[in-house]
Design a protein around this ligand. Structure first.
Ligand SMILES: [Zn+2]
Ligand SMILES: [Zn+2]
Length: 141
């Protein structure tokens, strides 16, 4: 049976769910930090995720040529990241009700991380150049 993880924004206007095993990644890039006020703690699910309520409450902002970011128009929660070409949706881990015992899978843009915070996990740390090489993208900045 596929596990289902539910989530919502702070005010409850938007509801969503992830299906299957969650995979957590941290992104330390300048765009994510400006958007969230800190690193992005993103979650992808093995069998995908969907917005199950309040679709009309989601504001979308296109942050690059390839992706857009979704937020709650009422409470401002930063919630979603969607690849435009494929429609692949990922979420921010903080919005989901996730069980204890999960571990970080990878860090992105570790070379952009400021000195004022550090994570204690031993997950692989990719630089910006390594991230762009993996996804065959060119850097926007
Ligand atoms: Zn909200
Ligand atoms: Zn980022």
């Amino acid at each position: 049976m596929t596990a289902i993880y539910s989530g919502r924004c702070l005010c409850g206007a938007i509801a969503f769910e992830g299906r299957g095993a969650p995979e957590l990644t941290a992104c330390h890039c300048t765009m994510c930090r400006r958007w969230h006020g800190g690193p992005s703690l993103a979650v992808r699910f093995a069998d995908g995720m969907s917005i199950t309520g309040g679709q009309d409450q989601v504001g979308w902002w296109r942050s690059s040529d390839w992706a857009e970011r979704g937020f709650c128009r009422t409470c401002g929660s930063t919630l979603f990241y969607r690849i435009i070409e494929t429609g692949e949706l990922s979420g921010e881990a903080g919005g989901f009700d996730l069980p204890d015992g999960l571990h970080m899978a990878e860090h992105y843009f570790i070379d952009r991380k400021p000195d004022y915070y550090a994570f204690a996990d031993d997950a692989p740390q990719l630089t910006g150049a390594q991230v762009f090489a993996r996804y065959s993208m060119s850097e926007p900045e």
